[in-house]
Design a protein around this ligand. Sequence first.
Ligand code: FES
Length: 215
Amino acid sequence: MTDDQEYRAVEGDVVHDGYIVAIREIEDVVLDPENRVEVVEVVERCPTGALRYEWKSGGRQEKAAVPSVIRVSENGPLYIRGDVSIESGVDDESLRENRVALCRCGRSKDKPFCDNSHVSAEFVDGGRIAGEPAVRDEQAPHALSLKPIPNGPVLVRGRYVLEEADGTRIEGEGGALCRCGHSASKPFCDGAHKQVGFSTEPGSDEADPQVGGGR
Ligand code: FES
């Protein structure tokens, strides 16, 4: 029994109950190499980043996906994989994540992250991409920098692959991602947040009477 055989799970908010329970059951258990691989694969499949792992020995850690991928889900959030930094809006602080789910229905109480409010809000969107995102700078880094704008979209810097719900992929770079749920150019912002009075203030999610309208 060695330290590097010991697996420790670190979880955030419970989004995928089944996975979290499974991980808790093996916490601090010594795993044979075959099982370790299986557990890591399960954890890395978690699209929201709610499941994470770290080796106590400081061994192999999860690698960020290259290129970064922004997946537009049907009736749900934007799932992003890659080397992602998210400005917290407090001083110069930012979060660094490999996997994250961003709210795009406008109703999350944990903006800019998804908290599954799209289900109760009955958010409707086909997970398609309106228009063609341009790649203006072929040298732009694949690491993504996200900046949530108060009462507006999430600005993204960096290059990425944009994936529709049916798996169709196109390359993109930069842009503003809608998070109010009302853009006619989803997943991008078209300015509709101003007309609908979208607010990112805590508690403002209750005030938005209509969400959706996607194709
Ligand atoms: S944030 Fe939705 S249209 Fe701008």
